[in-house]
Ligand binder design. Sequence first.
Ligand code: PGA
Length: 259
Amino acid sequence: MRKALVAGNWKMHGRVDQNLKLIEALIPALSNLKEAVDIVVCPPLVYLSQVNELIANTSIALGAQDVSRFDRDGAHTGDCSADMLADVGASYVLVGHSERRSEQNDTDERVSQKLACLLKANLKPILCVGETLEQREAGQVEDVIATQIELAISGLSVDDLKELLIAYEPVWAIGTGKTASPEQAQDVHAYIRELLGARFGSGFAKQITILYGGSVKAANAAELFGQPDIDGGLIGGAALITEEFTAICSAAANSPKNG
Ligand code: PGA
């Protein structure tokens, strides 16, 4: 059975004092959920070490929001390698988030290079995929998702991908307050599982964790996480609010699928 996972993507938010307050509030609030849900926080790069210290001896795991596409140390100003992320305590890393794709030119080719770097460093990549509103309206959801996944994992074998997680994040639902309906999200999740099953076998498809992201909040989390192929969430805005994030983690932990 797949264990639920909820990851908080803090995006470009936080300060030393705010991070301290948020984590100090989250630790007791989340402490009784750890058996049922894996919880990850992804602060901005400069705060990874701070947050890593704050979550020491808790079950909260550390994630990063992006990684360099270069795997060897060298002249790559501003970049941070997968080995460096692992070195400061990260165990999960987002890759191909739509904001990186649209603002930082993360092409499918770069996403695939980054994914390979993460796997080489024994990190758990959370590969983000999702269609724009225009693509959805044009009936291209499955094509877009299939292309993004296939290009990201091209050349990798089923053994390479053991640590892979996928996050389905429709671009039109991110930060907009518009959530995909549980049925819309479930359809895409089921499609992703089917796609991976056809390529790597049903054993692989059954065990891979597929998260939903895009305006998840306390009020809609339970219904989303109750869908058979939605294994948890990638949470943006609501991850910065203790009560919201706690309620979302709790919805994942209490999903009837976990019982
Ligand atoms: P949101 O962001 O929850 O604020 O919509 C989700 C994400 O971008 O990961």
